[in-house]
Design a protein around this ligand. Structure first.
Ligand code: UDP
Length: 398
């Protein structure tokens, strides 16, 4: 009978970091993934010399020295700084909210003028401690910014009213009174030159790691008998001491308490025969979209943003070196079985539901089962936080 120390379900960043570190500690891992490629949603694929972020824009940013040093061992990073634009009807704004945005909105030039304008707008509202995303946004930036740059985008992105969403979602975005279009406040930021897939390939390229793609845990799992995890692989029984599961926690437990909500994304990707489509990697379309409104059916923007992939790596130069360009329009949709889950919906209802699954998971920890990653922890993790959490799990295993 074949034996491994770990069965790792999911060859994304969390699973790969965990497997790599365990291999360094002399442990063996069998890493399986139901997809036909590694790297999870960080997967990038080279098309005509352009690294396409197949599952949406991934921009690495962190203030954690250890995580930055760690990821740099597996790829060389460029100096990409994310500076998205926002299009609202026929108006164009810089993101995140900063002096360039405020100047374009109100003609103000100094931080004092911008702060006074926002204070004046907020004064007319009566919001105490913000209870939801709408109140949080209004009390930070006032109604003008909220109406043009937040409300429509957020409701398209989450398919829920801003009054029903948790405020932490909007606190991800910086608010600045300087002329600085950097989307992130972190010390370190960049894109791996050559894409993300190489990082996971290198993490998994270690003695003691076996990778099996196109392999769904559900199809191979045998009833765990308390003595370890038993699976059937290519006609053989394989026994693994412990399990790391980075898929969706509710799916693992057969949705026994009901399904958790996720947002999914549909990408409409096309290659255009011109070197540059939008002059920037990320352009958000912040106006609302009403599928029943005749005007929106004509000229509305049902997508949240357009990503132009070559801009992640070409930076200021080199855009014209490749004669074509690849763009992806992102359409946000509610997750249903059969499509990929992307974003956990961490509202009150789903957080409470997750707590139930987590209680079961805590029980199962005693049997050597551990959950991890965005789907296993049901948490809106950025990549650096995924690595941080994986390294913490490694430390806990040792
Ligand atoms: N957001 C917004 N307007 C924008 C961009 C973002 O209101 O133009 C809000 C929206 O609620 C979104 C949240 O900020 O869900 C976080 O945005 P971020 O770009 O961090 O989301 P991600 O890149 O993870 O999809």
């Amino acid at each position: 009978m074949m034996k491994y120390d770990y069965l790792i379900v999911g060859a994304g960043l969390y699973g790969a970091v965990f497997a790599h570190e365990m291999a360094q500690a002399g442990k063996t891992s069998l890493v399986i993934d139901r997809r036909s490629h590694v790297a999870g949603n960080t997967y990038t694929r080279s098309v005509h010399g352009i690294n396409v972020h197949e599952y949406g824009a991934h921009i690495f940013h962190t203030s954690n020295e250890e995580v930055w040093a760690y990821i740099n061992r597996f790829a060389k990073f460029n100096h990409y700084i994310n500076s998205p634009l926002a299009v609202y009807k026929d108006e164009l704004y810089n993101m995140p909210f900063n002096m360039n945005t405020f100047h374009a909105l109100w003609g103000v030039r100094t931080p004092e003028e911008a702060q006074a304008k926002i204070a004046e707008q907020i004064a007319s509202l009566d919001i105490g401690e913000p209870q939801n995303l709408e109140e949080q946004a209004l009390s930070l930036v006032g109604p003008d910014v909220y109406e043009k740059l937040i409300k429509g985008y957020t409701e398209k992105q989450w398919g829920r009213k801003c009054t029903e969403l948790p405020s932490f979602i909007i606190r991800r975005l910086p608010l600045r009174f300087t002329y600085n279009n950097n989307y992130f406040n972190d010390i370190y930021q960049g894109i791996p030159i050559g894409g993300y897939t190489q990082i996971v390939d290198r993490l998994l390229d270690a003695d003691g790691i076996t990778v099996r793609l196109d392999t769904d845990f559900k199809d191979i799992a045998e009833q765990p008998d308390g003595q370890g995890i038993r699976i059937r692989l290519a006609g053989n029984t394989v026994e693994c001491e412990r399990l790391l599961y980075t898929g969706a926690i509710d799916e693992y437990y057969d949705y026994c308490y009901g399904p958790l909500a996720y947002r999914s994304v549909r990408f409409e990707t096309e290659e255009l025969s011109k070197p540059d489509f939008q002059g920037n990697a990320v352009v958000n379309y912040t106006e609302a979209f009403d599928r029943d409104a005749a005007e929106d059916q004509q000229s509305g923007k049902p997508f949240t943003r357009i990503i132009e992939h070559k801009h992640f790596e070409a930076e200021n130069n080199g855009i014209d070196e490749i004669p074509t360009t690849i763009i992806s329009r992102e359409y946000s949709q509610e997750w249903k079985p059969g499509i990929e889950p992307y974003y956990p919906v961490n509202d009150d209802e789903n957080t409470a539901l997750y707590e139930k699954y987590k209680a079961r998971a805590t029980e199962d920890e005693k049997r050597g089962i551990r959950f991890g990653g965005r789907l296993g922890h049901y948490k809106y993790y950025d990549m650096d936080k995924v690595i941080e959490a994986a390294l913490e799990a490694v430390a806990a295993e040792r």
